[in-house]
Ligand binder design. Structure first.
Ligand code: PLP
Length: 497
């Protein structure tokens, strides 16, 4: 079987895996999905014998069958190398009776590194598989972490340019400094006067702007995306669900076949969707627990079936989850509706016009069966960072703290003894200001100087990846409105022609 990808909104739109990666988003606004995912199979016993690299190779070759074994091998070996400060790539640590999957050992100390370290390799190879002549312009909206991870991944990659839009005042100081100090001749970073949803919606519209696409074509360029709307971002994330499971089997913490829970701090629904895909492939998963912050639109949806973005957007101390429109939910709905493309197109139309939709009862029941959700307030986030440090000496970042607290809610509401893994999506140093304040109270020390303070007081080393961040030269200072993003892109591209 040659696996094809189709648009969530139209089953007449079918593309090869390579085309799906290169395009990023379907022309009809839908997301690419592997219709035949139920036919993909993995041998759990074999998967449990693998380390991270072999796990990744196996999963990538399953989802991208038009890539040669050599292309897959080359991508994996180059992506998961010494850029990661832990040889196991995704180490799992035990804190109390639960497990923390540390996804923050890559170059930008957040979980996006897992996918974005490999995406540039996959995209270059996909470009060659499609015999595509144009150079690629990566266009990406970020709530903070994708931006830097994508910049690092695509920096100086021949035949690509990368333009990142982030919400001005919507990201942490460390995140902003990481982005605006990025080197490389093909990198562009633009602050947007708006929130993440504004930036993401504008990017999606730009993708579907035919006139603009033609203009780009004349310049020998083509857009693609490094957001988790790109299936090339999502597939590599399946690996760590399997590698963690294998880890727990090897350490005798579980028996092969035991179903376990995963708690995922969620924003755009990419990370948790990768967990859903892992389960489709046969990983024994009991519940996927979706943790939200005060922007709890996903919690409301997963518990009521109503997705309603008519609400205030809140800025929280877990900014990478400050999202109202979780793009990847569309992919889940596609599978939960038994691949009913027309129904998905209708729901997404309602989201656009009425900012709201409600799914049918069959989907509500299926969701309840596989997912559980709760959300965590700002006060509880702070308390959880402090409590876990005081009890176990382990420093959580704010996003991971949201997940930790939501798991406490889960235990209170459910009598479930299954072993549980909490996905830790960022190093505490990425959100030093909030973490320091939670542990040691208010301070006048500015955030970049606090990094060393936090390290001195907790005894946790400053990750080498951000050492000396404050002294790096600022290389990007663009600012625009959501409405002028298309013009900004043209300005950037003509400037560099
Ligand atoms: C991106 C991000 C999230 C949210 O992940 P999604 O895949 O968008 O749901 C959570 N935590 C951190 C630190 C992130 O960078």
């Amino acid at each position: 079987m040659v696996l094809k990808y189709e648009s969530t909104r139209n089953n007449q739109v079918k593309v090869s895996p390579s085309e799906a990666v290169v395009k990023g988003l379907s022309d009809d606004g839908g997301l690419f999905v592997p219709r035949e995912i139920d036919k993909l199979e993995l041998d759990l016993q074999e998967m449990c014998s693998f380390g991270f690299h072999d796990t990744a190779k196996k999963i990538l070759s399953l989802f991208f069958p038009d890539f040669s074994a050599e292309q897959i091998n080359d991508s994996v070996v180059n992506a998961y190398d010494g850029k990661f400060d832990d040889v196991s790539i995704v180490p799992v640590v035990k804190v109390g009776d639960r497990f923390i999957m540390e996804l923050f050992h890559g170059s930008t100390i957040a979980f996006k590194d897992i996918a974005l370290s490999i995406l540039p390799y996959l995209m270059k190879k996909a470009q060659s598989n499609c015999k595509m002549k144009e150079d690629i312009v990566i266009l990406t909206a970020t709530s903070g972490d994708t931006g830097k991870a994508a910049l690092e991944g695509f920096k100086d990659v021949e035949g690509t340019k990368i333009i990142i839009f982030y919400p001005n005042d919507g990201v942490s100081t460390v995140q902003e400094m990481q982005m605006i100090t990025t080197e490389g001749d093909n990198t562009y970073v633009v602050a947007v006067e708006g929130n993440f949803d504004d930036a993401q919606s504008a990017v999606k519209e730009i993708f579907n702007d035919l006139a603009l696409r033609e203009k780009l074509g004349d310049m020998g360029l083509k857009f693609s995306s490094a957001n988790s709307i790109n299936i090339g971002r999502l597939v590599p994330q399946i690996s760590y669900y399997f590698s963690t499971y294998a880890d727990l089997v090897k350490k005798n913490e579980i028996q092969m076949g035991d179903a376990i829970n995963f708690v995922v701090p969620t924003g755009n629904f990419g990370n948790i969707l990768a967990g859903f895909f892992a389960k489709q492939l046969g990983l024994p998963v009991n519940k996927l627990i979706c943790a939200a912050n005060e922007n709890n639109v996903l919690y409301d949806f997963l518990t009521t079936g109503v997705y309603d973005i008519n609400r205030e957007f809140k800025k929280t101390m877990s900014p990478s989850m400050d999202i109202l429109i979780s793009s990847n939910l569309e992919r889940l709905l596609y599978f939960m509706s038994d691949k009913d493309n027309a129904y998905i197109a209708e729901l997404m139309g309602q989201l656009k016009t009425q900012k709201k939709y409600e799914v049918n009862d069959a989907i509500k029941a299926k969701i309840k069966d596989q997912f559980w959700s709760s959300y965590c307030s700002e006060a509880d986030t702070t308390d959880t960072v402090k409590k876990v440090y005081d009890t176990f000496g382990y420093v959580l970042d704010t996003h991971t703290a949201v997940a930790y607290k939501v798991y406490e809610d889960y235990l209170e509401a459910n009598d479930d003894q299954s072993k549980t893994v909490i996905l830790s999506t960022a190093s505490p140093f990425k959100f030093t200001g909030s973490v320091y304040k939670a542990l040691f109270g208010n301070t006048d020390i500015e955030e970049l100087k606090l990094i060393k303070e936090l390290s001195d007081k907790t005894g946790v080393d400053v990750p080498a990846q951000i050492d000396g961040l404050g002294e790096r030269a600022v290389r990007h200072n663009r600012l625009c409105t959501p409405a002028s993003m298309a013009d900004e892109i043209l300005a950037i591209l003509s400037e560099t022609k």
